[in-house]
Write a protein that binds this ligand. Structure first.
Ligand code: FDA
Length: 309
């Protein structure tokens, strides 16, 4: 119930317009968002690099409605790639097709993403297309297949274990040697397309993960699920899968302890760093994954308030 309510709220721009001015809401967001500006995100990326953690920068923003907003997002991503290169970081970013104008004009959106990927070639970067709700799955995969002939080394996609169709998608993507990030899926979906039960999502995740580790091209195992991570480690070890042939991925601000433990034990780990002013839908999806976060963050804010007195 709570998850559905938070996910429903995540899609309500009018609520964001209201809460974005609220100081408490901004401090809530700071738990999961690395700042509002690119220099702040670069500073976080540098800190993580110093801890042996790779990063992917994400400029928050989605579902733009005007071509000019999509063009601004394109230019901002080119700036992100350049800034990462200049900072001596491995250049890696994640973007959302709807941020590049997918809902306005698919051809223009593709042209925007091609411009970003062209810069990715120049600065030896990798730019993954995040996966949004199931309304976009087929269109995003089609877009990937159109981009791959020119940019196979620069881009990849995301597959969500929550979706029933994902077994078939992984088979096709593995045949095409596509770089896939596997996640559970963060969107509210109807039961016809997605498993309603978490146990089914987890079982599907494990099957897809095994297929990717065996036949995929440098997959990203994106999860904070400790049991799943343990299963991935055991599967890789038992099957002689090299530690540098895949990476674990986690979100900024979640399970830092687990991130450090993976580095310490010699596994590759990348942290997805969201930044920018459009943090509301992202924050609501993080709260929906773990509604206890609301209590946790409120508790910390109260503690901070008292310690300042
Ligand atoms: P699960 O939800 O089972 O959680 C396992 C454990 O992780 C929890 O018990 C808790 O300890 C911890 N945890 C999980 N979420 C937490 C949170 N918000 N706060 C605190 N602790 C939390 N989704 C999508 O639909 N499209 C995409 O493109 C992406 N991209 C993406 C990139 C990366 C790098 C990651 C890690 C995740 C995504 N996701 C995503 C989000 C993903 O689909 C999923 O919603 C979250 O990762 C939560 O699922 P877990 O796999 O962590 O498992």
């Amino acid at each position: 119930m709570m998850r559905s309510a938070l996910l429903w709220l995540s899609a309500r721009q009018s609520i964001f317009n209201f809460v974005s001015r609220n100081r408490l809401a901004k401090r809530f967001a700071a738990r999961f968002v690395a700042g509002q500006t690119l220099p702040e995100a670069i500073a976080v990326a540098r800190e993580l690099k110093a801890r042996g953690i790779m990063v992917s920068l994400d400029l928050l923003g989605e579902s733009v409605t005007k071509p000019v907003e999509a063009e601004q997002a394109r230019d901002a991503y080119i700036e992100i790639l350049d800034a990462m290169k200049a900072a001596g970081l491995e250049v890696n970013a994640s973007l959302k097709p709807t941020q590049m104008g997918f809902d306005i004009d698919e051809a223009a959106c593709e042209a925007n993403i091609r411009s970003v990927l062209q810069r990715a070639v120049e600065v030896e970067a990798f730019v993954r297309m995040d996966m949004e709700s199931s309304a976009y799955t087929q269109r995003t995969l089609d877009l990937y297949h159109r981009l791959a002939p020119s940019f196979a080394d620069q881009t990849g996609v995301v597959i969500q274990a929550a979706l029933r169709r994902s077994t078939g998608d992984i088979t096709t993507l593995n045949q095409h040697k596509a770089r896939v990030r596997l996640c559970k899926g963060a969107y509210l979906e109807p039961a016809e397309v997605a498993y309603p039960d978490k146990s089914d999502v987890d079982a599907h995740y494990e099957r897809l993960m095994t297929a990717l580790l065996t036949e995929g091209k440098y997959p990203g195992i994106a999860t904070h699920d400790e049991i799943m991570i343990e299963k991935a480690k055991q599967f890789a070890t038992a099957n002689g899968i090299a530690r540098d042939s895949f990476e674990f991925q986690m979100l900024y601000g979640i399970r830092r302890d687990l991130q450090s433990a993976l580095v310490r034990d010699g596994w590759r780990i990348r942290v997805y760093i969201p930044f920018g002013t459009q943090w509301y839908p992202y924050l609501m999806r993080r709260l929906a994954e773990r509604p206890a976060n609301i209590v946790f963050i409120l508790g910390n804010l109260v503690k901070e308030a008292f310690s300042r007195k």
